[in-house]
Design a protein around this ligand. Structure first.
Ligand code: GUN
Length: 285
């Protein structure tokens, strides 16, 4: 059986129509959502991601500004800018594109973003709320995955969800969101022994390992839903996920493509969080 593709691009397009309406409703109350993106150094992938996010803002009418720093910039200057943006009423969301040059203390920089403008959801207030089963502003990739599963009508309660990857950006918050929805959650990592022992039990398998080919079709439970978070560039320049798509799509019932899957949802959720933050700034939403 060939799996049905979960089309992240199509779901994102539907969501954008809703965001445009919310932006227009805010406009009639004199508010235009604003996003500030901070880019430090010259990582080519980060350049592409920030450009994609800025384009998405323009598409739905969110105002966006970019702030750039050289690779050698003092940490103090970045934190000073964030303090200004925290106080700027025209800015509702602030993101610092990762990864940062290793010289900088990413924790100190990220934690200086005000929790109510932390549209990446990396602030400890926003991450911590999830431990208690709440989402204030949730990290974009896990939020995008949950939105995708819901839009596809995939039941979570009582089902086995296996997450490969334990990062603060994806694996850990996603596990908390799945737990909050009543799934039985297993979190694997690069040290997990006999990975297939776990993957073969998964009704829903989410792979955020950052390495191509971590999972193939022989490791899946027949009919599993497979969400591939990986974005890896091959030597020939092509993008590929963490899952061997050719073999997995023969065993899974549904699977996300790379590109055109989770990545599109991540950007959509950044816009969602920015619009939500703007709505909350006037007591709506
Ligand atoms: N780098 C990789 N993923 C992300 C993300 O979701 N947000 C930011 N700011 N940087 C990233």
């Amino acid at each position: 059986m060939a799996a049905i593709l979960i089309d992240g691009a199509a779901i994102a397009r539907e969501l954008y129509a809703d965001f445009k309406q919310r932006v227009s409703a805010l406009g009639s109350r004199g508010v235009r959502p604003g996003l500030a993106a901070i880019l430090i150094g010259d990582n080519p992938a980060s350049e592409v991601y920030v450009r994609t996010k800025t384009r998405a803002c323009a598409e739905v009418g969110v105002h966006s500004v970019q702030h750039r720093f050289g690779v050698d910039c003092p940490e103090r200057e970045v934190v000073e800018l964030i303090n200004c943006l925290n106080a700027d009423p025209a800015i509702h969301g602030i993101l610092v594109q990762l990864p940062l040059p290793p010289r900088l203390n990413a924790e100190r920089i990220l934690q200086s973003i005000a929790a109510d403008k932390d549209v990446d959801g990396f602030n400890w207030t926003n991450l911590g709320a999830m431990v208690a089963g709440h989402t204030l502003l949730a990290p974009c990739t896990p939020l995008g995955i949950m939105t995708m599963l819901d839009r596809e009508g995939i039941a979570l309660e009582g089902r086995n969800a296996v997450v490969i990857g334990r990062s603060v950006i994806v694996g850990k918050p996603l596990a908390l969101m799945l737990i909050a929805r009543g799934a039985t959650v297993t979190v694997c990592n690069s040290k997990t022994r006999d990975l297939r022992q776990y993957t073969s039990l998964a009704d829903i398998l989410i792979v955020a390992a950052g390495k191509p080919g971590v999972v193939d079709g022989s490791m899946l439970k027949p009919g599993a839903v497979v969400i591939d978070v990986g974005i890896n560039r091959l030597p020939d320049g092509k993008l590929t996920g963490d899952v061997d798509f050719a073999s997995a799509s023969l065993v899974a019932s549904r699977i996300t493509p790379v590109p055109g899957g989770v990545g599109r949802m991540t950007v959509a959720m950044l816009i969602a969080n920015t619009v939500t933050a703007a709505e909350r700034s006037i007591g709506a939403g």
